[in-house]
Design a protein around this ligand. Structure first.
Ligand code: F6P
Length: 544
C-alpha cells in the first residue's frame, strides 16, 4: 500500500493503525468492564433508528483515533460539498444530489450553482398524478380496463432499490401488483409475464442511460408482448419510461407524456428517490412513497447536523473502517432480522461495492488503504441455518451488521419475540463465544466420559470476539426504510471520503460490457476476434 492519503490525514492514519494494533487481543466483552461508559458512548439515535456499536472491537483509544481520522480526512468539508451540489463525482464532472430528491417542497438545492429543487418538485407532482390516476382508475389501459399489475424493467440501480422497497412495504393483498425483470436471461421475463394480461398491465422501463443492453432487450420483449394483443397504438398506453436521457426513451417509442426524467446528478445506485421509484409510488400509493422520502430526509438532516461522535452514518462507517483497515477484515455479513428486508444485502452489495470498490484515488493515485469489503448476507434467522457456522467458528473474523424491528403486527402473536430473541442471542453469541473450559464443565456435568470430552471439546468451542453493528427501528414503515437506506448511503460516502476515492463513478463495469457486445457479434456468426485460447474455444463451442 502506498502512503497516498488525502492531504493532512497521514498522521491520523498512523494514529489509527497504532490504536488498532494496540486493540489487537482486547476482547470486546472485557472492554465493557474496562470502559464503564462504553454502552452510552457507542450507542446513538439517528432519525428514529437506534444504533449499537458497542459490540465492535474498538477500544476507547481506537474509537477516538477513528473520529480524529474522519476529521483529518475532511469528512465535514466533503459533506458540505455534497449537499452544496459541488462536483463531487470528479471523474464524470457531476454534482451528486440524491438528497435533493427527498427534501421537502420549498427546499433550495443547487447543482453546480443551478437551482434544481423546483424541477424536483415538478417531477414528484407528475409521479403523484400518474400514481393517483392509476390507483383511482382515472387512468386506464387501451381497452378501458384498470391497471392491476406493473412490470418494472431495469437492472442494477434501476432495479435493486425498487425491488427492495416493494418487498419491504408491499401489502399482503396489493390492489396493484408489482413484478420485476432485470436479467437478460429470458427466463426472468418469461416468469414475470406468466399469467399476466396485457390489457391490465402497465410496463415501466427504467434506465438512467437508456442504453443498457439488458433493459433494452427486456423492454423490447415486453413491448412485443403488449403489441401482440393491443396493437402498436394500444401498446403505447401501457408503456412508461424513466430515464436521465428522456430523448432516448422517446426515440424508443415511449409517448413523451409517459416519460419521467431524472438528472445526471442522480447516481444509479442512489436513484430510488427519483422517478426510478415510480412503480413503487403507484403500487404502494404516493403517500407511502412520500413517507419513504421523508424518512431519508430525516437521516439527511441527522447526517448534516449531528457531531461526528454521535453521527449514525459516520460512526457506522468508522466501525467498518476499523474492521477493514485496522483489523484487515475483508468481508462483512449483513443480516436483517426482518424477512421483508431480505433483499437489503443485495442492495448494499451494489451500493457499497460499486461505490467504493476502487483502487485509485480521486487524483488517480494508488489508494493508500484497502477499500470496500465484499458484502454478503440473507435474512435472519434463515442465515443462521446457512452461513452463520462460518461466522462463529470459521478461521476468518467476519463482522456482521444486524438489522431488526422492535415491533411488527404481521404474523401470529409471539413469533416476533422469537425472531428478536435470535437477533439478540446471535449478537451476544458472536461476541462472547464459548470457552473450552465451559464446554468441558458442561459435558462433565452431563456425565460424558473423559475421552469423549477430549474429542468433542475443541469442536464445540467458539472463539467469540466477532464484532457486530446493530441497527434497530421501531417498526418497518416507509419512514424507517427510508432512514435505513439513507444511513447506508451516507456511510458509504463517508468511507469513500476517508479512503480518498470517488464513490460515484463505476468505470469497473465497462470492460465486460464492451467485450460482451463484441462476443455477441461472434456468437451470431460475425468475424472471430483475437482472444486467448480459452475464450476462443468457448466462442466456438457456443456459437449458433
Ligand atoms: O453496470 C452498472 C450500471 O451502470 C449501474 O451503475 C447502474 O445502476 C446499472 O448499470 C443500470 O444502468 P441504467 O440505469 O443506465 O440502465
Amino acid at each position: 500500500m502506498s502512503d497516498n492519503h488525502p492531504s493532512g490525514a497521514t498522521e491520523a492514519w498512523n494514529r489509527f493503525h497504532a490504536a488498532a494494533n494496540a486493540a489487537h487481543g482486547a476482547r470486546i466483552v472485557d472492554l465493557f468492564a474496562s470502559e464503564p461508559d462504553r454502552l452510552s458512548r457507542l450507542t446513538l439515535d439517528a432519525a428514529g433508528l437506534f444504533i449499537d456499536l458497542s459490540k465492535q472491537s474498538w477500544t476507547r483509544a481506537a474509537h477516538d483515533a477513528c473520529i480524529a481520522l474522519a476529521q483529518a480526512s475532511g469528512v465535514e468539508t466533503a459533506r458540505a460539498h455534497l449537499f452544496a451540489g459541488d462536483v463531487v463525482n470528479t471523474s464524470e464532472g457531476r454534482a451528486v444530489l440524491h438528497t435533493a430528491l427527498r427534501a421537502p417542497d420549498g427546499a433550495d438545492f443547487r447543482s453546480q450553482g443551478e437551482p434544481v429543487s423546483h424541477e424536483v418538485e415538478a417531477g414528484r407532482a407528475r409521479m403523484k398524478a400518474l400514481a393517483d390516476g392509476v390507483r383511482s382508475g382515472d387512468i386506464v389501459g387501451a381497452t378501458g380496463k384498470a391497471f392491476t399489475t406493473i412490470l418494472h424493467i431495469g437492472i442494477g440501480g434501476s432495479d435493486l432499490g425498487p425491488r427492495l422497497v416493494w418487498e419491504a412495504l408491499k401489502p399482503l393483498e396489493p390492489a396493484i401488483d408489482l413484478r420485476f425483470t432485470a436479467n437478460v436471461d429470458g427466463a426472468e421475463i418469461a416468469q414475470a409475464l406468466a399469467g399476466l394480461d396485457p390489457e391490465t398491465t402497465l410496463v415501466i422501463a427504467v434506465s438512467k442511460t437508456f442504453t443498457t443492453l439488458e433493459t433494452l432487450a427486456n423492454a423490447e420483449a415486453a413491448r412485443d408482448w403488449l403489441r401482440a394483443r393491443l396493437g402498436d397504438e394500444g401498446a403505447r398506453k401501457h408503456f412508461a419510461a424513466v430515464s436521465a436521457a428522456p430523448d432516448k426513451a422517446v426515440a424508443f417509442g415511449v409517448d413523451e407524456d409517459r416519460v419521467f426524467a431524472f438528472w445526471d446528478w442522480v447516481g444509479g445506485r442512489f436513484s430510488i428517490w427519483s422517478a426510478v421509484g415510480l412503480s413503487c409510488a403507484i403500487a404502494l400509493g404516493y403517500e407511502a412513497f412520500a413517507g419513504f422520502l421523508a424518512g431519508a430526509n430525516a437521516m439527511d438532516r441527522h447526517f448534516v447536523e449531528a457531531p461526528l461522535a454521535t453521527n449514525g452514518p459516520v460512526q457506522l462507517a468508522l466501525a467498518h473502517l476499523f474492521n477493514r483497515n485496522g483489523l484487515k477484515r475483508a468481508t462483512r455479513a449483513v443480516t436483517p432480522y426482518a424477512q421483508r428486508l431480505r433483499l437489503l444485502p443485495a442492495f448494499l452489495q451494489q451500493l457499497e461495492m460499486e461505490s467504493n470498490g476502487k483502487r485509485v484515488t480521486r487524483d488517480g493515485q494508488p489508494v493508500a488503504q484497502e477499500t470496500a469489503t465484499a458484502v454478503f448476507g440473507d435474512a435472519g434467522t434463515n442465515g443462521q441455518h446457512a452461513f452463520f457456522q462460518l461466522l462463529h467458528q470459521g478461521t476468518d473474523i467476519i463482522p456482521v451488521d444486524l438489522i431488526g424491528m422492535a415491533q411488527t403486527d404481521e404474523g401470529p402473536a409471539g413469533m416476533h419475540r422469537k425472531l428478536l430473541a435470535n437477533l439478540i442471542a446471535q449478537a451476544e453469541a458472536l461476541m462472547i463465544g464459548r470457552s473450552q473450559a465451559d464446554v468441558r464443565a458442561e459435558l462433565t456435568a452431563k456425565g460424558v466420559d473423559a475421552a469423549t470430552i477430549d474429542r468433542l471439546a475443541p469442536q464445540r468451542t467458539f472463539p467469540g470476539d466477532r464484532p457486530t453493528s446493530l441497527i434497530l427501528a421501531q417498526s418497518l414503515t416507509p419512514e424507517s426504510l427510508g432512514a435505513i437506506i439513507a444511513l447506508y448511503e451516507h456511510k458509504t460516502f463517508v468511507e469513500g471520503v476517508i479512503w480518498g476515492v470517488n464513490s460515484f463513478d463505476q468505470w469497473g463495469v465497462e470492460l465486460g460490457k464492451t467485450l460482451a457486445v463484441r462476443i455477441q457479434g461472434e456468437l451470431e456468426g460475425g468475424a472471430r476476434g483475437a482472444h486467448d485460447p480459452s475464450t476462443t474455444a468457448l466462442v466456438e463451442r457456443l456459437k449458433g
